[in-house]
Design a protein around this ligand. Structure first.
Ligand code: SF4
Length: 325
């Protein structure tokens, strides 16, 4: 029926196949199987399936068919192929089939006709054994919620928002993270089974064009905090100002400057202090994008970063091009 050969289990009752499901002995499948595979019984029992060549008579959909011999069916098909090829060219032909031991014959046939358009079941099916959703929440569930409210201050629009994230994924408990990082540490590993993150976000126009309210200049930022138990990012925040160029007729240009601060959890810093000094990290970024035409922009960007794992301040600069199609 299909060529990926998903492992299946077939239940028999009174000598008849009554149920096809995924084979639970195949890793990760449990009893999962796609609808086509599960409907295989219908293929076996369907008295209306095509069992011999037929040619349609009358209008499409009228349900009128005439049983014909294989010779007549092949002549009819060959005549149709020739007519279509003559009128539309060989690329207008496509052949699709279940991948099988004679597939190379089908592909050679299509090559002989001059069409590259061949596909098989393999092009459509990834296989239930590769894509089962058995116990999809067994390892953890993560919930993420976001709310954002429009805010108008002094006639200029903006937004204020909150982000909340909660996960049941297991992790190392802060009581004794050494147990995981130093495997020989003679203590039991502490495991937590939840984690969270909250953030506040905002953007606010300081100047907003009256002609086009989507153009202007304003503030934006986000501040977030996690459970810090222990992890790489305990709290962090960024603020910036940005928007379009205020020079008349240059509103396609945009520019901005931003600052960020990221703090690892104190537990992680303490833990790694003997071997690795982790500091809070912060940095600046400033950019300007200059629109040469409505579809082509050149940009310049400079970042100044005081990194978490190195003592020297680092400066990155770059140029970019944006082409809009
Ligand atoms: S996933 Fe593909 S190969 Fe497996 S039963 Fe379904 S159609 Fe057949």
């Amino acid at each position: 029926m299909c060529s990926i050969r998903c492992p299946i289990k077939v239940s028999i009752k009174d000598g008849q196949a009554v149920l096809i499901e995924g084979n639970s002995h195949a890793a990760g499948m449990a009893t999962s199987l796609c609808p086509k595979g599960a409907a295989g019984i219908a293929l076996l029992n369907d008295s209306q399936r095509v069992q011999y060549p037929q040619i349609r008579e009358g209008q499409r959909g009228a349900g009128k068919w005439r049983r014909v011999s294989w010779d007549e069916a092949l002549d009819y098909t060959a005549a149709k192929i020739k007519a279509i090829t003559d009128q539309y060219g060989p690329e207008s032909l496509v052949l699709g089939e279940r991948f099988n031991l004679g597939t190379h014959v089908s592909q050679t046939f299509m090559n002989a006709l001059g069409s590259p358009n061949y596909f098989s079941h393999n092009a459509l099916c990834k296989g239930s054994s590769n894509t089962p959703l058995d116990k999809p929440f067994a390892n953890a569930v993560t919930f993420r919620g976001t709310v954002e409210f429009p805010f108008t201050i002094a006639g200029r629009s903006g937004h204020q928002g909150l982000v909340a994230l909660y996960s049941t994924k297991d992790g190392t408990e802060k009581d004794d993270p050494r147990d995981t990082l130093i495997p020989l540490w003679p203590k039991k590993v502490g495991i937590k089974n939840d984690r969270y993150y909250f953030a506040y976000t905002f953007d606010q126009y300081l100047y907003q064009s009256k002609e086009n309210p989507r153009e202007g200049f304003g503030l934006f930022g986000q501040f977030g905090i996690s459970d810090g138990n222990p992890n790489r990012l305990y709290w962090s925040g960024h603020v910036g100002v940005g928007g379009v160029d205020l020079i008349p007729c240059r509103s396609r240009n945009n520019l901005g400057v931003g600052y960020y601060y990221a703090a690892p959890s104190p537990d992680l810093k303490d833990l790694l202090a003997p071997v690795l000094r982790i500091r809070d990290e912060h940095g600046w970024e400033i950019f300007y994008n200059f629109a040469l035409t409505p579809w082509l922009s050149l940009g310049a960007d400079v970042q100044i970063i005081k990194p978490s794992l190195a003592s020297d301040t680092t400066v990155f600069s770059g140029l970019s091009t944006v082409i809009r199609f």
